[in-house]
Design a protein around this ligand. Structure first.
Ligand code: SF4
Length: 323
């Protein structure tokens, strides 16, 4: 089905933009800054009330049920409420420097999304949305107002408030959260968030409460409802990875689908930071896969060891994942 872009001009914008009011006293993520994002005084994420987006493009490199047969239309927000020192998307996620993102009008955002849907995408993924939840609501509500209902994927770092997740329950079809750390010290040193483990645990429990453990697929194998948890195995920190898996197996469910990622690649910023200044070794990855099986997980995705060469986007390019 081809969507008619002229529908965008008939949207009731005043009504649609209402969720942005929340940004006048921003408490939408666990940083709880309480700033007015319409003013010049910004919070931890250095993000204002605009649609600050670095790229809207078709991405085929996600897990097969997320990409689907035609790729997913991914909306990459700029900045982040975590500042992981090893982030592969540093061009767009850094809050310090000018990032490779720009302010877009809602009309432009919707046009780009409809272009991707018209090219065959059946799902729309919002990448790093935790600090842009009101804008996320506006975009999804606008699609629904036009009677357009793609699969909505909330692709998050896991640093989300439970209250915020409850507000978006009816808008999200598939949660795609990271669960990065069980170790608060690692969370503090690498992501400036010693409370990450507790926040991510609560967030994942809430997602599980909303969607259960079944990742529902359509006839083409594309995820249409559920949760897929991602965990990036960091070199030198396999005990952290095992701890994440242990927690999920004991406190949530071994039926949850897990994507165990070996794709870590050190960026120039961590070249002197041991032990994350190197690639993951095969032995380390195998040990984590062994733990995955030992804890009783049976469903998930693992990567080839050379995957570290395949996931280094360049957001200065129009198509960041094609190189
Ligand atoms: S979204 Fe940004 S401004 Fe709002 S609480 Fe989180 S870090 Fe602070």
């Amino acid at each position: 089905m081809k969507y008619d872009l002229s529908k965008i001009s008939r949207l009731d914008l005043d009504n649609l933009l209402q969720p942005l009011e929340e940004l006048k006293n921003c408490l939408i993520c666990p940083r709880n800054c309480g700033v007015d994002r319409f003013s010049r005084k910004l919070g931890y994420c250095r993000s204002d009330a605009s649609f600050y987006i670095s790229s809207i493009c078709i991405h085929r490199g996600e897990e097969p049920p997320i990409s689907g047969k035609n790729g997913i239309c991914n909306v990459f927000f700029g900045h982040c409420n975590l500042q992981c020192i090893y982030c592969q998307n540093i061009q767009i996620s850094t809050n310090r420097n000018r990032s490779a993102a720009h302010r877009m009008s809602l009309k432009h955002v919707l046009e780009e999304i409809l272009n991707c849907l018209n090219a065959g995408c059946e799902s729309v993924g919002f990448v790093s949305p935790s600090h842009f939840v009101p804008q996320f609501k506006v975009i999804v509500n606008a699609l629904h107002q036009m009677d357009i209902h793609p699969v909505i994927v909330y692709n998050t770092n896991g640093y989300d408030k439970v209250e915020t997740l409850r507000e978006i329950e009816s808008l999200v079809d598939v949660y795609l959260p990271d669960f990065k750390y069980i170790d608060p010290l690692l969370a503090k040193v690498y992501s400036d968030s010693s409370d990450y483990p507790e926040i991510a645990k609560s967030a994942l429990c809430e997602m599980y409460k909303q969607k259960g453990s079944t990742l529902l697929l359509d006839e083409n194998g594309q995820a249409v409802r559920g949760i897929l948890v991602r965990h990036l195995v960091l070199p030198g920190h396999i005990e952290n990875s095992k701890g994440v898996l242990k927690y999920i197996s004991e406190e949530i469910s071994t039926s949850l689908k897990i994507s165990l990622m070996s794709q870590y690649h050190p960026t120039p910023r961590v070249i002197d930071v041991e032990p994350i200044n190197r690639l993951l070794s095969e032995n380390e990855y195998q040990e984590v896969i062994h733990a995955f099986n030992e804890y009783g997980f049976r469903n998930g995705w693992i990567q080839e060891m050379d995957s570290s060469n395949n996931y280094r986007p360049d957001f200065d390019q129009e198509h960041p994942f094609e190189y």
